[in-house]
Ligand binder design. Structure first.
Ligand code: NAD
Length: 499
């Protein structure tokens, strides 16, 4: 059986003796396709030492030379797009076109990182006082780490290491143990692109490796993306060990549909955003909020019709809109949420449980599921389901519709469908959510803007990528300089002021 190792100090290494192996499934067939070697604290230490050794020289290169490595990395990843997308689909279960999108969205952050010399320019004030100039510079933190979820095994690692490395840090990546191959491959390609050994390391594993990262004295900052309880744990623990931490959590994004919306377009978009990637996206739209009875009826009718036309298939099927979920355990969790929704009194309009594909009876498939009359006090509304389950939560008015996502414990993304610019503008300004789409279903910001939710969707105060990413992975040093000549100036015994 294929064994997936770690990448430390520029070489693939096997699992430490005594450490376990994790099963990596083929979600289409349900069979175990590979075993991932789990790391431990000693391996994290090896990676941290290698990273620290590499970092000094890497940071001393001028930023343009680091940017050239990013350009070459982008070229190599693009040249291997087919291989990476196939590997990603085989472990995650998302369809190939979606896997290419996963790689592509990560590459867009690498493109941003190619311009890092510009982003690293400091600030300068000439003549801040008599003969005094002040300037500030952004310097890398040293060794930093990223812990990533299963649902974007290419994009999210690149969000993190793309910027962290370009600004002069070295990096330890702890990918999801459910689909660990693509992150490993990316590390190999980064080295092939010219990054010195130790600049990008991958340590596979689970909680033991995460805890070793959070407590390691050489690691200065930790970026995390995953579910909210673990994000909060990582945030608290990392901070307690004196690290800078940004920790993105779960989501429950709402799609608001006002009565004047283009319903055909909205339906189309909502179907894609709710069921694409089997609903395993933190920017999916698992809740739709039609405003008014008439809108609800018309939308529901269109959604049901749209669901009838959806094709669920194996991840290699070019005609399939989505594939299986990632593991059997995840399938069970999603199906028990569906059962709970029924018990709570929501109306199950389309039931995706029990869906099977001929020849793939043991695959982790769930058909598209639709609930109506979902209320905000139901736990299945409050909780993230992270599967192909769409809930209709009806609203009576614009204010009602605004209140739902604003009062929800998660605040990652939200979308509004309307032809009324004033209503959309008002909604975007007042909604208590971090990323807003106006007639855009999945408002993941472009790489040179920044990604981050609010409330339980993110702990810490800097977002991913864009200038926020540059800020997260650098510290500011401010220099106040004067060059006195001639007579000795009297030193003041009070705090100096710029008069
Ligand atoms: P997860 O929280 O189970 O795992 C995330 C990472 O944490 C993995 O690397 C995992 O190995 C590690 N981990 C798991 N259990 C741990 C523990 N007890 N202690 C320490 N570390 C632990 O998340 P997942 O299932 O891989 O990914 C799906 C979740 O990620 C969803 O909640 C989704 O909304 C969220 N997500 C959020 C964003 C965002 O930007 N807000 C983006 C993508 C995914």
């Amino acid at each position: 059986m294929r064994e997936i190792g770690h990448f430390v100090n520029g070489a693939i290494v096997g699992g430490p003796p005594g450490a376990g192996r994790g099963d990596v499934f083929d979600p289409n067939s349900g069979a175990v396709q590979a075993r991932v070697a789990m790391g431990d604290a000693a391996l994290v230490d090896d990676a941290a030492q290698a990273a620290a050794r590499a970092q000094t020289g890497w940071a001393q290169l001028n930023p343009q030379r680091r940017a050239r490595v990013m350009f070459e990395f982008k070229r190599l990843v693009e040249a291997r797009m087919d291989e990476l997308a196939a590997l990603l689909s085989a472990e995650h279960g998302k369809v190939i076109a979606d896997s290419r999108g996963d790689v592509q969205r990560g590459l867009e952050v690498i493109e941003f990182a190619c311009g890092i010399p510009h982003a690293l320019k400091g600030e300068y004030t000439e003549g801040a006082g008599p003969g005094i100039d002040v300037y500030s510079m952004r310097q890398p933190l040293g060794v930093v780490a990223g812990i990533t979820p299963f649902n974007f095994p290419a994009m999210i690692p690149m969000w993190m290491f793309g910027i962290a490395i370009a600004v002069g840090n070295s990096f330890i990546l702890k990918p999801s143990e459910k689909d660990p191959s693509v992150p490993l491959r990316l590390a190999e390609l980064m080295m092939e692109a010219g990054a010195p050994a130790g600049v990008l390391n991958v340590v596979q594993g689970d909680k033991a490796v995460v805890d070793a990262i959070l407590t390691h004295p050489l690691i200065r900052a930790v970026s995390f993306v995953g579910s909210s309880d673990i994000a909060h744990y990582v945030y608290r623990t990392g901070a307690a060990y004196g690290k800078r931490v940004q920790a993105m959590g779960g989501a429950k994004n709402h799609g608001i549909v006002l009565p004047d919306a283009d319903l055909d377009q909205a339906t189309n978009d909502i179907l894609g955003a709710a069921y694409g990637s089997a609903g395993e996206r933190c920017m999916a739209l698992p809740v739709v909020v039609p405003v008014g009875e008439k809108t609800a009826l018309a939308l529901r009718e269109r959604l049901v019709k749209g669901i009838e036309g959806l094709k669920v298939g194996v991840s290699t099927d070019p005609d399939a809109q989505y594939g299986p979920v990632v593991t059997a355990a995840h399938k069970d969790r999603v199906e028990s949420s569906i059962a709970k929704g029924i018990l709570e009194g929501a109306e199950l309009v389309v039931d995706g449980r029990g869906f099977t594909l001929q020849g793939y009876e043991k695959g982790f498939f769930i058909g598209p599921t639709l609930f109506d009359h979902v209320r905000s006090d139901m736990t299945t509304y409050q909780e993230e389901i992270f599967g192909p389950v769409l809930q209709i939560a009806r609203a009576n008015s614009f204010e009602d519709a605004l209140r739902l996502p604003s009062a929800h414990p998660y605040g990652n993304g939200v979308a509004i469908y309307t032809r009324n610019g004033k209503a959309a503008r008002d909604f975007a300004a007042r909604v208590d959510v971090g990323m807003v789409g106006i007639n855009v279903p999945i408002p993941v910001p472009v790489a040179y803007h920044t990604f981050g939710g609010w409330k339980r969707s993110a702990f810490g105060d800097t977002n991913q990528h864009g200038m926020e990413g540059v800020k997260f992975y650098t510290k500011v040093k401010t220099v106040t300089a004067r060059w006195p000549e001639g007579e000795v100036e009297d030193s003041a015994f009070v705090i100096p002021t710029m008069r």
